[in-house]
Design a protein around this ligand. Structure first.
Ligand code: DGL
Length: 302
């Protein structure tokens, strides 16, 4: 990517395949209103869910690199699909040789910590076997489900938690396309009913394991049994980020007054700006970015 380095700004980069990461950005901004955020939605290539792991990894690497070159020292993959496919290869094989002083965090670890009730860097102890059996439902994209990331990481830390996954392959794309509430309700209900049939009982907890899905959380809420608790990924990720910045103050750089995020899209800026408020809760103006970089630099200087 022909993007010059710009290390003068201490922005935190937030990356998603499109709109979904805005649900995370809104929670981050609410907790850290004076932190500079630079959001990149790869709307030109969304949805990621039906793509192969290799494609998702390549697209995610490009997005992260653009954010690094824009000055981010820390990038949050605000996308379960990108996290599941790319976080390990990027952290282990790419960062050390290319950007050793930069960090990439994902949105899945905070959810695993909450579900397993254990810090990420720990595995199951002898007490785990005595914990009562709990069931967790994970609704996610095809790629996230196929990666097995959620069940694998939960099993390592809390083997007594039974995880049932349900891929909702069309849902993120429908949300990206601004589908009607009726169409979205039908789709959500169908997926929830299929998972309940498969499980044969109400799950104790449900994870909307795609950052697009909080937008249709009300539809999941009305389709799921009342006793099932829905865990909020945006709130959990924002809380984890606050704790991370407390441990790593060198990664933050607060402005004097609250500051709005700068938002970029690889897609059509006007169309993305028009739909973005549904995810973010208020108006956001997006600029188109491609490998020429200029629009990014202008926006950061504004
Ligand atoms: N927002 C993304 C996630 O959290 C994926 C949506 C997509 O592009 O398929 O999984």
């Amino acid at each position: 990517m022909g993007v010059p380095h710009n290390d003068s700004r201490q922005v935190i980069g937030v990356f998603d395949s499109g709109y979904g990461g805005l649900t995370v950005l809104a929670a981050l901004h609410a907790r850290l209103p004076r932190q500079r955020f630079l959001y990149l939605g790869d709307n030109a290539h969304a949805p990621y869910g039906p793509k192969s792991g290799g494609e998702i990894l390549a697209l995610t690497k490009d997005g992260v690199e653009l954010l690094f070159r824009a000055g981010a020292r820390l990038v949050i993959l605000a996308c379960n699909t990108a996290t599941a496919a790319a976080i390990r290869p990027l952290q282990q094989n790419w960062l050390p040789g290319h950007y050793p002083d930069r960090r990439i965090l994902g949105v899945i670890a905070p959810m695993i910590e909450e579900i397993a009730q254990t810090p990420w860097h720990s595995t199951a102890g002898p007490d785990e076997a005595r914990r009562p059996l709990e069931t967790v439902a994970v609704f996610a994209t095809q790629a996230t489900v196929e990666s097995g990331f959620y069940p694998h990481e939960i099993a390592l830390r809390a083997p007594n938690i039974a995880v049932t996954q349900r891929a909702c392959p069309e849902l993120a794309g429908m949300i990206e396309a601004g589908a009607s509430e009726t169409a979205l309700r039908d789709t959500v209900t169908r997926h929830v009913e299929a998972l309940l049939r498969n499980l044969g009982r109400a799950p104790d907890k449900a994870v909307l394991g795609c950052t697009h899905f909080p937008l249709v959380e009300a539809l999941f809420r009305s389709a799921l049994p009342l006793e099932t608790q829905i865990l909020s990924q945006p709130a959990r990720v924002a809380a984890a980020m606050v704790a991370y910045l407390f441990r790593h103050p060198e990664m933050k750089d607060l402005t004097r007054d609250p500051t709005d995020p700068v938002c970029l899209t690889t897609g059509d800026a006007t169309a993305v700006s028009a739909l973005a408020s549904r995810f973010y809760g208020r108006h956001l103006r997006f600029a188109h970015v491609d490998s020429t970089w200029e629009s990014t630099e202008r926006l950061l200087d504004a």
